[in-house]
Design a protein around this ligand. Structure first.
Ligand SMILES: Cc1ncc(COP(=O)(O)O)c(C=O)c1O
Length: 500
């Protein structure tokens, strides 16, 4: 295969889709206090998402509210696809379901041509429900359940084996059902990023991966048709991909040379960083996160020594998650209260906390106001609504005083926040999507108390305990304890009250 020229600079696709037209407005100029870095930058409110006023979204769907931009999803996908395809002839992105498996989001990717990358039976079933044929599903993960595995093997899914026990289990399954399936194995290796990701797959550096291939061949049931390597996540140094892909390439060439194995695909996983800012990161994401063009260049440079004729090259599968969707997601939240902490710091309480932003434990999100706010910015702690000490959305951010009711935008939150959010203390909010023409719709309704209790059961002995014996005082947990009224479904009127 020919080597690649450095196209990173030639392809100057901006990270964001072309901004929508916004009416010019006059803003009161407001600067904060002076410090050693200079004055605080002017705080410019963002009152609309993709041209839709935040007030309109909240009026329709409530607060807190996750909002996805379809334009951004599509733009980023096309940017990734085209940057890879310019450098490598056979490219197939597979949307990493766990990053956000809302149907509307997945279907947007599938309409763009993406396959589905799944790591559980639930995710595979969701992909099938979203119209993906099994042979466009990549089935990864360390805990594949047997029924899904069987369906995946029969349906021609890309199945990447994680460990020796799984290899043996798949072999057994194939024997039982008279199958001779093609499978891939997952590799791990040192690529320069830390912490080292060696928990998944077979280690390439110490020979374990080679042993796995020999073991697979010796079984006589399975044939190897692909390799998978997900090097890590939020990898800020694109060169790690060149190192990893170069190692994988050497392995692929050795398989061909020594064992006569030719592959259909090389799956190099996900791991591209978004423009979010890790807590350990000094500079903001827009200054340090490599562009998709740089990642594409790094990946394909590593594949350039593949010892395959051009028309026989294995398909390059990618499983990008956060690098595709993070910037497409915004969390709208509302200020509930202001406080002064004992150490003098200002604090605000907002209606979205770590129940919705588990990711707040490692990111310093941007927090923007949606309307001009008067006052001097000062260091502020942003707390969520949970009655829990750990519920901190930002430990330190310069914000002006924020009156109760002020709407804020937290971003980027498109990756993992929705799939990892939980019904803890508060019910989960709605998720809306804004379409390319400014149309918008709910893509997940706000959770109700009915949703929350749907699978709960109260055992009969609690529901209908013995009645107090005549003349005996009631003792909790003993015969004679008062019987509670039976649980009844909420009335329509009760249900109408948003118990958020
Ligand atoms: C196997 C696999 N593929 C893809 C991804 C998506 O990774 P990212 O969001 O870092 O792109 C993950 C996430 O952990 C993963 O485990």
């Amino acid at each position: 295969m020919t080597t690649h020229t450095d196209l990173t600079k030639a392809v100057d696709l901006s990270r964001k889709p072309k901004p929508l037209y916004a009416r010019p407005t006059l803003l009161r100029h407001q600067s904060g206090l002076m410090n050693k870095m200079g004055t605080q930058p002017r705080i410019t409110p963002t009152d609309a998402i993709d041209g839709v006023p935040v007030s309109e979204l909240v009026a329709q769907y409530g607060s807190p509210l996750f909002v996805y931009s379809q334009r951004t999803i599509e733009h980023r996908y096309r940017e990734l696809q085209s940057n890879l395809a310019r450098r490598y002839p056979k490219v197939q992105p597979a949307w990493s379901y766990k990053t956000c498996y809302l149907d509307a989001v997945c279907r947007t990717y599938h309409k763009e041509g993406s396959w589905a990358e799944c790591v559980s039976g639930m995710e595979v079933n969701k992909a099938l429900r979203n119209g993906m044929p099994m042979n466009k599903v990549v089935f990864n993960g360390p805990a594949k359940d047997e029924p899904t595995l069987l369906a995946a093997l029969k349906g021609g899914a890309v199945v990447n084996i994680d460990h020796f026990d799984e290899l043996a289990a798949i072999e057994q399954l194939a024997k039982t059902h008279g199958l001779f399936p093609k499978v891939g194995i997952r590799l791990n290796m040192a690529t320069g990023n830390t912490p080292r990701w060696d928990r998944f797959g077979f280690n390439l550096d110490n020979g374990q991966a080679w042993d796995a291939v020999r073991r697979l061949q010796a079984g006589g049931r399975l044939s190897l048709n692909g390799l998978h390597a997900h090097f890590g996540t939020f990898i800020l140094d694109a060169d790690n991909y060149t190192i990893g892909a170069t190692k994988v390439t050497a392995f692929v060439n050795r398989l061909k040379r020594e064992l006569g194995i030719t592959l259909d695909y090389i799956d190099l996983g996900g791991g591209f960083a978004s423009q979010n800012r890790l807590k350990t990161q000094y500079l903001p994401g827009d200054q340090v996160t490599p562009s998709l063009a740089q990642y594409a260049e790094a990946v394909t440079r590593g594949l350039s020594e593949l010892d395959y004729a051009e028309h026989e090259l294995p398909t390059l599968i990618t499983e990008t998650g956060r690098g595709l969707i993070d910037e497409a997601g915004t969390l709208v939240t509302t200020v509930l209260a202001n406080k002064r902490l004992a150490d003098g710091r200002r604090a605000v309480v907002v209606d979205a906390g770590v129940n919705l932003l588990y990711t707040a434990f490692w990111y310093n999100f941007e927090i923007e106001t949606t309307a001009p706010v008067v006052g001097v910015p000062e260091p502020t702690v942003v707390f969520g609504p949970l009655c829990m000490n750990i519920d901190v959305v930002r430990e330190h951010i310069m914000l002006p005083p924020l009156p109760v009711g002020t709407r804020l935008l937290i971003r980027p939150v498109g990756a993992y926040a929705v799939t990892q959010s939980m019904s803890f203390i508060h019910l989960q909010p709605a998720v809306a999507m804004i379409g390319p023409d400014g149309q918008h719709a709910e893509i997940r309704a706000a959770e109700t108390l009915d949703d929350l209790v749907r699978n709960e059961r109260v055992p009969e002995w609690i529901e209908a305990g013995p009645q107090p014996a005549a003349g005996r005082p009631a003792t909790p947990g003993r015969p004679g304890t008062p019987v509670l009224p039976r649980l009844t479904p909420l009335s329509a009127a009760d249900r109408a009250i948003r118990l958020n």
